[in-house]
Unconditional design. Structure first.
Length: 504
């Protein structure tokens, strides 16, 4: 293994390939930070441009773009409350509040470090366990994937202030919206109102842009000039204030990386689900869960580490079995095919030199993204010093351009506007929009695997309870849902005890 990795680095450590990785990392960061440019979409756009490149150069470019885009989305999510990609949506929960508190520099510094840790851990696991972990992924059938989706839905209990029921209600709204389009099994049209434009469902990226970005602009516009300018923003690097705090950072980063690997190694998991679950785990681990949603560092570094760890982990089933672990890795199949390479077990026999070069490129790309992010943090953070009225106008323009670029039609633009208004009204009413996104993301996974399970079992619902893995995931989901209730009850009892003691 070490000899193979050494040969991979020997191939990559040439001026030609290092330039390719550097350019790919920069393009990935820029694309990830642009609303509407998803990682998978960026990779799809670039694949035709790699036709004249050799296989190593092509995969090195796409791997570095993949790595950079996962970090780039967190930049706009932190500074502008505008996630560049779905997996960065969770970063807005605490990243943007940190920016509003004048801690943009610290947030971005913590994010780039979390990305490096998560990315390296994910790549190391890829190198060490690509074959055995890829085989383990075969154990996840429809019942297990349905249980994973249920577990993800229950995460709203840890995401929403106000209780699990409000979170589930908002998630149900996302599930309802997800049902627009064609039935995934029968192909029957559902809630399309006779429009062919809605056969593919509600455009997800424009909906995401509207819920998070446009709704924030509408909220700020309603506040007038009050608290509009952010003048006390740190535009320099800010590390942890003490060694103890730094160790806490590393602990949460490693936990996030572990969650990202666990989710991404199973086909269909993906970075969005991994980041959401990592956020919930971080909140349950934290000594100060009340800070989450108000500017908790742990609330951004844990999902960021999970997000970046999925880059390497998603390639485990891709390379080991030929099964993509995420939408982005699915796009990479096109790059392999373009160069006559078939992902799967035989790739380690027929193209092992290219595989080791790809692993080396991932390692180098993580350090390249870290270096670019480290240099760019002061520049990124200064975006918040732009007068808010100009910034809001720019955000609106980016939102509509990004929405149109995603669908190349006016439906995407109208979707962004409609969801922006919906998000504005919900947030004014004190309802978080995060569970809606959760429902949109997990809805297809939940419905498709439920329908497949029912077909396999001839309608026997007990089939969903016959797998030990599924039962374990159900138990985790139940614990995730009940934990906020139990924690709140304990706090009330403690408060009552304190009050009673003071009265005595």
């Amino acid at each position: 293994m070490l000899d193979g990795l050494a040969s991979g680095f020997h191939q990559i450590f040439t001026l030609h390939y290092l330039w390719i990785v550097l350019i790919g990392s920069a393009v990935g960061i820029a694309a990830g930070a642009t609303p509407g440019m998803s990682t998978a979409g960026t990779l799809a756009i670039l694949i035709p441009f790699t036709f004249t490149m050799d296989a190593v150069g092509s995969l090195a470019l796409l791997a570095s773009v993949y790595t950079g885009a996962q970090y780039g989305g967190s930049i706009s999510a932190t500074l502008l409350n505008t996630p560049g990609a779905p997996e960065s949506a969770v970063i807005t929960f605490d990243g943007y509040p940190l920016t509003q508190q004048g801690k943009a520099g610290k947030a971005l510094t913590a994010l780039i470090l979390a990305g490096l840790v998560g990315g390296l851990v994910g790549t190391i696991v890829l190198v060490l366990a690509v074959v055995p972990l890829a085989k383990e992924a075969l154990r996840f059938g429809p019942a297990e994937m349905f249980a994973l989706a249920i577990f993800g839905i229950t995460v709203v209990g840890g995401l929403v202030q106000g209780g699990i029921w409000r979170g589930l209600a908002a998630a149900s709204l996302g599930l309802l919206v997800m049902m627009v389009g064609q039935d995934p099994v029968t192909g029957t049209n559902r809630f399309t109102l006779g429009s062919t434009a809605l056969l593919g469902g509600i455009p997800f990226i424009p909906a995401l842009i509207g819920l998070f970005a446009l709704s924030e602009v509408f909220l700020l516009a309603g506040k007038g000039d009050k608290h509009v300018e952010l003048r006390n923003v740190t535009t320099k690097h800010e590390w942890a204030g003490s060694w103890s705090e730094f160790r806490t950072w590393i602990r949460f980063m490693l936990v996030g990386a572990a969650v990202g690997i666990f989710v991404a190694v199973h086909p269909g998991g993906g970075a969005t689900i991994a980041s959401l679950i990592a956020y919930s785990v971080a909140r349950q681990m934290s000594k100060n869960p009340g800070l989450f949603g108000k500017g908790a560092i742990e609330g951004i570094i844990t999902p960021e580490a999970a997000d970046k760890a999925t880059v390497g982990a998603a390639m485990i089933p891709l390379l080991g079995l030929g099964i993509p672990g995420s939408a982005s890795s699915a796009v990479l199949i096109g790059a392999f095919t373009l160069h006559g390479i078939e992902p799967g077990p035989m790739i380690f026999k027929n193209h092992v030199d290219i595989v080791w070069a790809l692993f080396a490129a991932l390692f180098v790309a993580n350090f390249m993204v870290f270096a670019l992010g480290f240099v760019g943090v002061p520049l990124f953070a200064r975006v918040t010093l732009i007068p808010r009225k100009f910034l809001m106008a720019a955000i609106v323009a980016l939102c509509f351009v990004g929405a149109y670029a995603n669908g190349s039609n006016m439906l995407a633009v109208w979707t962004a506007l409609a969801f922006g208004i919906i998000g504005f009204l919900l947030r004014r009413a004190g309802v978080s929009v995060a569970p809606i996104v959760l429902g949109l993301v997990l809805g297809p996974l939940l419905e498709t695997n439920l329908r497949q399970a029912m077909i396999i079992s001839n309608g026997n619902w007990l089939y969903l309870l016959q797998s030990p893995i599924a039962l374990f995931l159900y138990a985790l989901g139940l614990a995730s849902a009940l934990w906020p209730v139990v924690s709140g009850y304990r706090k009330k009892r403690m408060l009552a005890a304190v009050v009673a003691g003071e009265l005595e």
